[in-house]
Design a protein around this ligand. Structure first.
Ligand SMILES: [Zn+2]
Length: 88
């Protein structure tokens, strides 16, 4: 092994950042890490909720605005079956 190269500030990192494998619970493929974003509030409207209440409130808001840059919520997305898991 070349020790000069290892001590050089231009040498590539010896420890690569660990890629976290998050398997899709539906199809088993690797899920992508990112965020669900929108210029409008992201809301959840359950079919089991009272329709009048849902109409009045617009549903339960599941993402907060990031100081004028829209709404974002961290999530995992499966590009194979399109399942999305929203993180806390
Ligand atoms: Zn999937």
């Amino acid at each position: 092994m070349n020790h000069e190269n290892q001590n050089s500030p231009y040498a590539p990192p010896t420890v690569l950042p660990e890629q976290s494998f998050v398997p899709c619970p539906q199809c088993g493929q690797q899920m992508d890490d990112g965020d669900l974003s929108s210029s409008a509030a992201i809301r959840w409207r359950s079919y089991s909720d009272n329709p009048v209440q849902t109409f009045l409130t617009g549903g339960r808001k599941i993402a907060n605005s990031k100081s004028g840059f829209g709404f974002r919520v961290p999530a995992h997305f499966c590009g194979h079956c399109r399942l999305m898991l929203i993180k806390r």
